[in-house]
Design a protein around this ligand. Structure first.
Ligand SMILES: Cc1ncc(COP(=O)(O)O)c(C=O)c1O
Length: 423
């Protein structure tokens, strides 16, 4: 034992993977202590949709900090009531109830419990390329195998169905998918009945893969025919990020539960399950709580986010940004033929890197590396790890937008001539 310990590093599992240590933020910008600006094309894991330090949100949180910071989940606060009411008011439900949680994964866990309480069934159908979080129940629904290596047995049985890949549409996609989903539901029914079908309407983490509206209704119809709940995981897409407040607006059938997170707190840790009260309240009192659920500061921030999202018409702002990004990325693809499958969904954009028609993960890494050299923070990913994702805050002024596009253009130009050694 020495007297002086070395400074503790953060665990490898949670340690940061991109850029330096940041000290301040504003809109799409993050700044290091010496004032160097970086463009956040990740929106802080998709949460800072209104931009970092949005004044209405930070002011509401600061006010709450001065009044009441913590009650514990079993005692109420006016901030919590405000958030619950504001979310219920704009939700697609007639007589809504809101179950607040701290993280998105916790909202997924809660939805699974509600679905099992409502149906008395245990099995769940999830989809290829879905991401739902990393706690045990949510992870069982998540597609990517590498996240699961150290996980225990799933709680309840999960059957996975293949969604058609929107990057490679085929003429029989809808018919084949209907049959695959039906087979998955058959299998789930044999495992003691299907409690829920859980779907990300745009699979953002695995590369902004949007589910076609006709398929959304097919999924809802098949789930309901089996007596299962349709759970839409809108933790990434909801509240305007994907160009609509809720995906329910685009459907003829209604999802039974809608999960929200990320944008809901614009950086404060808060997520929620929303549904009709008789559905949400199938879960008895106390079954799903955690110390910080309904945290007053997060709820005060979320109430301000909800007001701002409505006042600014965030869905329309996201659609406008997505349209601009789509056009400009298509322009980049014209001059860099290895860019393929440009796609947008509101303020979410992505493209794939290909070589001889095959996914090219090394080129995607080269783009991300070159972007980083230009102080532009972007995430990669996608089913083949060959995708570049662009997830900026939705409220970009012209100057910030041009900075983003110039940074992207410079990064793809640098990646034209990447070499293995430079990675
Ligand atoms: C669609 C979706 N569901 C669930 C989660 C998990 O949320 P959290 O990371 O807050 O636990 C995420 C996180 O990226 C997500 O994108």
């Amino acid at each position: 034992m020495t007297d002086v310990k070395a400074p503790a590093p953060e665990a490898r599992s949670t340690g940061t993977v991109l850029g330096p240590e940041f000290a301040t933020g504003s809109g799409p910008w993050l700044y290091t202590e010496d004032g160097t600006a970086w463009f956040d094309g990740t929106s802080g894991s998709g949460a800072a949709t209104l931009g970092h330090q949005h004044p209405a949100v930070t002011a509401a949180a600061a006010r709450q900090l001065g009044r009441l910071t913590h009650t514990g989940c079993k005692l109420g606060s006016d901030a919590r009531t405000r958030m619950v009411r504001a979310l219920g008011r704009i939700s697609p439900y007639d007589d809504p109830a809101v179950l607040p949680t701290t993280t998105g994964a916790e909202a997924v866990e809660s939805a699974l419990k509600i679905a099992r309480a409502v149906t008395g069934h245990r099995a769940v159908v999830a989809f290829r390329h879905g991401y739902h979080g990393k706690t045990a129940g949510a992870l069982a629904l998540t597609w990517r195998a590498s996240f699961k290596a150290y996980s225990g047995p799933a709680t309840g049985s999960v059957v996975r169905a293949d969604l058609p890949d929107p990057r490679r549409p085929g003429p029989d996609d809808a018919r084949d998918f209907a049959a695959a989903l039906s087979a998955a539901l058959d299998e789930a029914d044999l495992l003691g009945g299907t409690a829920a079908v859980v779907l990300e309407p745009v699979q953002v983490t695995e590369g902004v893969l949007a589910v076609a509206p006709a398929l959304l209704d097919e999924i809802a119809r098949q789930a309901h025919r089996r007596g299962a709940l349709l759970v839409l995981d809108e933790i990434y897409t909801g509240l305007g990020r994907a160009g609509r407040m809720f995906t329910a607006e685009t459907m003829t059938e209604r999802p039974d539960l809608t999960l929200l997170g990320k944008t809901l707190g614009n950086g404060f840790p808060v997520a929620a399950v929303v549904g009709e009260r008789h559905v949400v309240d199938a879960l008895p009192a106390g079954v799903q709580t955690s110390t910080f659920s309904g945290h007053p500061v997060s709820c005060a921030a979320a109430a301000a986010v909800l007001d701002t999202v409505v006042a600014l018409d965030l869905p329309a702002r996201s659609r406008a940004l997505g349209a601009r990004l789509g056009t400009d990325l298509a322009g980049l693809a014209d001059t860099h033929p290895w860019i393929s499958a440009v796609r947008t969904a509101g303020a979410l954009a992505a493209f794939d890197c290909v070589r001889d028609g095959l996914p090219d993960p090394a080129r995607a890494r080269a783009v991300l590396r070159a972007a980083l050299d230009g102080r532009l923070l972007l995430f990669g990913g996608g089913p083949e790890d060959a995708t570049v994702k662009i997830v900026p805050p939705a409220l970009l002024d012209d100057e910030a937008y041009r900075h983003l596009m110039n940074g992207l253009a410079a990064a793809v130009t640098a990646a034209d001539s990447w070499s293995e050694e430079s990675l």
